[in-house]
Design a protein around this ligand. Structure first.
Ligand SMILES: *Cc1c(COP(=O)(O)O)cnc(C)c1O
Length: 345
């Protein structure tokens, strides 16, 4: 497979911008190359210097965490930024398309559309598995977005499914693993060495509890990573974020405990919801949320809101009529949701 042929011509031709911090790398007595403030910063923290544009130290830590090489990773201002970079690198406006399998995460379509890139929506089957005709339906698309565990449905796709898709798709298969830590399924990072057109998205926003920090990364073929580096803004991951992310990934204990708590609460929350008259179905979930089918999603949404509880309606997504997506909260929060829905009926 020739990855270069998938890349937009303007990106193939582009020479990457070299920031001051990239042009010189090493140690020096004084840094007078970047027009930083030599007299310090207006905060108590030492923030007067530009951050490392490639987040090298952090990427080395993440490489160990994910079992890949540092040159297979690009750091981003959330994984949302990586989605945007992928569209910028691969999709020529008004010419190329991406493919998505709804019901799924809304950002893929939003980013493509705002870049003038067409979206081909190939719905999953009613049980959220992939249609047999998928490869035929997405032929010619530059990017195929697969989310596993899928938001909002909570189901996963097996490594065999992912591998089979990657092998037979002629574009880049982008696998969004935002919720993989909560799942019993393994990450597809182990497939990357054999599959040059597979690309995995990971984030610190969910299991690591750092949504406010904005850090996510893309993991894939170093050739793809190099193209993404070309189009990203030089200092896309700020110094505070790099420091917080680096500190967080040393806290494996936090991760393990979070996963355990979420899985435990997910189970009891799901059983409590299932026993309610207004609940028609709770879908099995591999994420930190539940997709819940109720009798009347608008009514349930409004009632929960009147009780000070905000959830997300998924009613407008295909196969999700009258469904709410509810994040697994603390035991107290989940109990409050159950109590409110019980009062309602
Ligand atoms: C939450 C979420 C993300 C995370 O995005 P960040 O920009 O890293 O916060 C990515 N994909 C899906 C499907 C999500 O639900």
């Amino acid at each position: 497979m020739n990855l270069k042929l998938l890349v937009r011509e303007c990106v193939q031709r582009a020479t990457p911008y070299k920031s001051a911090r990239e042009e010189f790398s090493g140690t020096a007595k004084m840094y007078l190359d970047a027009n930083e403030n030599a007299f310090g910063s207006a905060t108590s923290q030492p923030l007067s210097r530009y951050p490392d544009p490639k987040a090298t130290a952090l990427r080395e830590k993440l490489a160990r965490l994910y079992g890949v090489l540092p040159e297979s990773i690009i750091a981003g201002n959330g994984s949302d930024e990586i989605i945007q970079l992928l569209v910028s690198v691969f999709c020529e406006p008004r010419q190329d398309s991406i493919a998505i399998m709804p019901p799924t995460f809304g950002m893929y379509a939003v980013i493509a559309e705002s870049h003038g890139v067409a979206v081909r929506a190939v719905p999953t089957k009613e049980d959220f598995t992939l249609p047999e005709s998928l490869l035929e339906d997405v032929r010619g698309a530059k990017l195929l977005f697969l989310c596993s565990p899928n938001n909002p449905t909570g189901n996963c796709y097996s490594l065999e499914t992912v591998a089979q898709l990657a092998r037979n798709f002629s574009g880049l298969l982008v696998l969004d693993e935002a919720y993989i830590e909560f799942s019993q399924y393994p990450s597809a990072c182990q497939l990357l060495t054999d599959m040059p057109n597979l690309f995995v998205l990971r984030t610190l926003s969910k299991a690591w509890g750092l949504a406010g920090v904005r850090f996510g990364c893309g993991i894939g073929n170093p050739e793809v990573i190099e193209y993404l580096q070309r189009v990203k803004l030089p200092y896309n991951v700020n110094a505070l974020t790099q420091a917080a992310a680096s500190e967080a990934v040393d806290r494996q204990d936090f991760l393990v405990e979070t996963i355990e708590q979420v899985k435990h609460e997910r189970n009891s929350f799901a059983s409590a919801l299932e026993s309610l008259a207004v609940v028609e179905r709770v879908y099995p979930s591999e994420g930190n949320f539940l997709l819940v089918k109720v009798c009347d999603a608008d009514a349930a949404y409004s009632y929960l809101l009147s009780q000070g509880i905000v959830v997300r309606s998924q009613s407008k997504q295909i196969h999700c009529e009258n469904c709410l997506r509810i994040t697994v909260g603390t035991a107290e929060e989940n109990t409050a949701v159950v109590r409110a829905l019980k009062e309602m009926s």
